[in-house]
Design a protein around this ligand. Structure first.
Ligand code: SF4
Length: 178
């Protein structure tokens, strides 16, 4: 304690406000600029906030982690007017992860049918796009498009959050005719 006080007297205390004024301006990385432009394009195409429902049709949860990252301060998805909803009745767009298991197939169809038009669908990850490592056998029906119509695909195992945002924009721009 005394050592800390002696050091404070000797070298002084740097107040937070002056430290902030003296700091370098924050520069956004090219990826961050791209992401923010992506979000701006999304809002321009739809003309209002976008509500998203996520369905895990049988994933390993790797894709869910990347989807969750969209809500962190870096991607700031909710700050741009894009948010997740609990009910398909409130959703414009459905993100589907994983291969579709037989046990989830009907639930996925019911969810999609409960959505109001345009009921956009984005298949997320290699599993959602093709069935991935699980294929179309055993408990798996494979790709999402084998069960419901898909507007955009994003491959990767798992795909990066930026790629998921790009697929969301692609789906929205497709319906907006942009
Ligand atoms: S694409 Fe990869 S991360 Fe996503 S559910 Fe399939 S195995 Fe998991």
């Amino acid at each position: 304690m005394w050592q800390i006080l002696r050091q404070a007297v000797r070298i002084g205390i740097c107040p937070k406000s002056s430290a902030r004024e003296e700091s370098e301006p924050v520069l956004m990385s090219p990826a961050e600029v791209s992401d923010r432009q992506l979000q701006a394009d999304l809002r321009a195409a739809l003309g209002r906030a976008l509500s998203i429902r996520v369905v895990d049709a049988g994933s390993c949860n790797g894709c869910e982690l990347e989807i969750n990252a969209l809500s962190n301060p870096f991607y700031n998805m909710e700050g741009e007017g894009i948010h997740f909803v609990a009910s398909p009745r409130h959703a414009d767009l459905l993100l589907v992860t994983g291969p579709v298991t037989h046990n989830m197939a009907q639930a996925l169809v019911d969810t999609w049918q409960a959505m109001p038009a345009p009921a956009l669908v984005v298949a997320v990850g290699d599993c959602g796009c093709t069935g991935g490592i699980f294929g179309e056998e055993g408990a798996s029906r494979g790709r999402v498009s084998a069960v419901i119509p898909v507007d955009a695909h994003v491959s990767g195992c798992p795909p990066r959050p930026s790629a998921i945002l790009a697929a969301i924009r692609s789906a929205v721009q497709g319906v907006a005719g942009a």
